[in-house]
Design a protein around this ligand. Structure first.
Ligand code: FAD
Ligand code: SF4
Ligand code: SF4
Length: 460
């Protein structure tokens, strides 16, 4: 008989007034007892709606049943049949719009905490199962993966397991993509990503960092070097700006640059040599996960006031519900229905504020969300000394401009066949944000998995 409590087992977490001054992980994870109690809320539905909400179709009721039975390793084996990075997905998937959004327990009360259970199972496995992964026998075929984000790592892992000799080429000096340069330590500890990458290396995957494909080597060079299949998982790391006056002032950052300095280049550590501007008043423009991460980092770097400036209302805000909740708890101020029109500077070109307009929502636009419209006579000034732009990214043009015959669309995304990730170039596959534009970790992983299957079929 299922436990019919309406609420999830609460997640133990650091207190907001303590955590907004450090970079330690906010959510501490369930104990075994809490995990079993939460698993007991699952009704083991025959039609399994939750599975349909997961982009990689993890057998959710089956893994939860194993947790109910305290067979945590059994649960891990079920999850890992579909997901290469469960410790990551359990932490960062937007569960409320995916698996948990479909859970029947959510109709009356809170859904089963599927993400928290997935995280528990993955962390339990990491802490308790020490067997190194088995290195498969080589089939002698070489594959190149461009980019070491979730798409590239998943594709690499699946192909390595099938015996391919896989080399991952990463432009940055550390592998992991957004998982290491974007998502902050307090949401996703980097040791977890490093451990996943060590696991791939133990299976024989080679990781070459500081290798910008399109500069150091081209796609054609990789074929000439004997790679028979190539997967492009180069993400969408090129930041967008608003095109308003003042964006070149000192103190204006793209969220990508700001987060890279803080996370990858560890600007938050007291002995770090990475320069970062620690503003007293920081305005982050945007309402997605990237904006929440930048705002929460700015607060931890000592800002007294941090604003999220978002042109629609709280109802349309796209960030994960948990991140918004945590940001509010940590003292981030939400200025919704507000749009900047100019960034203001002093005589030394330092940011001193922004001119903003208030907005109201009209009829839905082509995205289905209500269109923000300017409220007459609403111009006002917001004082700030740092502005962080988090209004979206697109794929970097480097690979498409150096790969003849690679078809891309008007947004610069690589065009692929939906089921396989096959591109217009023979032997070249692609997936993740490089194809979809900025999306989610689990969708990137799903694309990496699909492409690995297709590359294997192609080379057989
Ligand atoms: P990426 O993770 O971007 O990895 C691409 C890699 O390719 C990078 O390491 C890059 O350096 C490398 N590369 C690029 N060009 C080249 C080249 N020419 N040669 C070699 N290497 C190259 N998603 C969620 O699901 N939940 C979240 O909470 C969430 N939060 C986010 C927070 C932030 C700050 C950001 C930026 C994104 C967030 N996302 C989140 C989105 C998610 O991280 C991405 O959708 C996902 O990482 C895409 O994976 P990917 O493998 O396609 O690309
Ligand atoms: Fe839910 Fe993400 Fe896990 Fe799928 S991978 S079950 S969407 S947390
Ligand atoms: Fe369990 Fe919810 Fe899935 Fe039903 S929908 S099997 S209650 S997780």
């Amino acid at each position: 008989m299922a436990d019919m409590r309406l609420e999830k087992q609460p997640m133990p977490q650091l207190a907001p007034e303590i955590r907004n001054k450090n970079f330690e992980e906010v959510a501490l994870g369930y104990t075994e007892e809490q995990a079993v109690a939460e698993a007991n809320r699952c009704l083991q539905c025959k039609h399994q709606p939750c599975v349909g909400g997961c982009p990689v179709q993890i057998d959710i009721p089956a893994f939860i049943q194993k947790v109910q039975q305290r067979d945590f390793e059994g649960a891990y084996q079920i999850i890992s049949a579909q997901s290469a990075l469960p410790a990551v997905c359990g932490r960062v998937c937007p569960q409320e719009t995916q698996c948990e959004g479909k859970c029947v327990r959510g109709i009356k009360g809170e859904p089963v905490a599927i993400g928290r259970l997935e995280r528990f199972v993955a962390d339990w496995h990491m802490a308790n199962v020490k067997e190194p992964p088995v290195k498969p026998e080589s089939n002698g075929k070489k594959i190149a993966i461009i980019g070491s984000g979730p798409a590239g790592l998943t594709c690499a892992g699946d192909l390595a397991r099938k015996g391919y000799e896989v080399t991952v080429f990463e432009a940055l000096h550390v592998a992991g993509g957004v998982l290491v340069y974007g998502i902050p330590e307090f949401r996703l500890p980097k040791a977890i990503v490093a451990k996943e990458i060590e696991g791939l290396k133990a299976m024989g995957v080679k990781v070459e960092t500081n290798m910008v494909i399109g500069r150091v080597l081209s796609v054609d060079d990789l074929f000439a070097m004997g790679f028979e299949g190539i997967f492009i998982g180069s993400g969408a790391g090129l930041p967008r700006f608003m095109g308003i006056p003042g964006e070149n002032l000192k103190g204006v950052f793209s969220a990508n640059e700001y987060l890279t300095r803080v996370n990858l280049m560890k600007a938050y550590l007291p002995d770090s040599e990475t320069p970062i501007q620690r503003g007293k008043k920081v305005a982050v423009v945007g309402g997605g996960n990237v904006a929440m991460d930048a705002a929460r980092c700015a607060k931890r770097l000592g800002a007294e006031e941090v604003y999220i400036v978002y042109r629609r209302s709280m109802e349309e805000i796209p960030a994960r519900a948990e991140e918004i909740h945590h940001a509010i708890e940590e003292g981030i101020i939400f200025k919704t229905l507000t749009n900047p029109t100019e960034i203001l500077g002093d005589e030394h070109q330092n940011v001193v504020g922004m001119t903003c307009l208030e907005m109201e929502l009209g009829a839905p636009d082509e995205s289905g969300r209500r269109r923000p419209m300017v409220k007459e006579g609403s111009e006002h000034r917001l004082d700030t000394d740092v502005v962080i732009m988090a209004i979206g990214t697109s794929p970097n043009p480097l690979i498409r401009s150096t790969t003849p015959g690679l078809e891309t669309n008007k947004w610069g995304c690589i065009v692929t066949e939906e089921e396989s990730g096959k591109t217009s170039r023979e032997g070249v596959y692609a997936g993740g944000d490089a194809v979809t534009g900025a999306a989610t970790v689990i969708l990137a992983m799903g694309a990496g998995k699909q492409a690995a299957k297709a590359i294997d079929e192609y080379l057989k």
